[in-house]
Write a protein that binds this ligand. Structure first.
Ligand code: FES
Length: 114
């Protein structure tokens, strides 16, 4: 017997409803699964930041890592990504980049463009 999950539809701009703004705080991560895609939400400098739930290095669950200021640190090999642009801050000289997603706020609810 299969498990039925409702498919979430985006708005006209491709934004999906994700979670209430009140659930997102600086220094904390919230993982949301939207149509099987894992997205992590946090707050940096008063702005909501949304990024891919799987580490681009080897696919670890980023939500099990740490966010601190502009840094998101993967739990597996401790690669450090810059939440301002997705670039790898450590280690140097590797090509990985954390995928960031655009967000918007509507009536206290965060929407994410996937
Ligand atoms: S899987 Fe994230 S640093 Fe290796």
């Amino acid at each position: 017997m299969g498990i039925f999950t409702a498919k979430i539809e985006p708005d006209a701009e491709g934004y999906y409803p994700a979670l209430p703004q009140a659930d997102v705080r600086e220094g904390e991560m919230r993982r949301v699964t939207i149509n099987r895609q894992k997205v992590v939400f946090t707050m940096y400098a008063g702005e909501v930041v949304a990024f891919a739930g799987r580490c681009p290095h080897a696919g670890a669950d980023m939500a099990q890592g740490v966010v601190s200021g502009w840094k998101a640190i993967c739990p597996e090999h401790h690669y450090c990504f810059d939440l301002r642009n997705g670039r790898l801050a450590w280690p140097p000289d590797e090509p990985y980049r954390l995928r960031l997603y655009k967000t918007k706020l509507v009536a206290g609810l965060i929407f994410v463009q996937l």
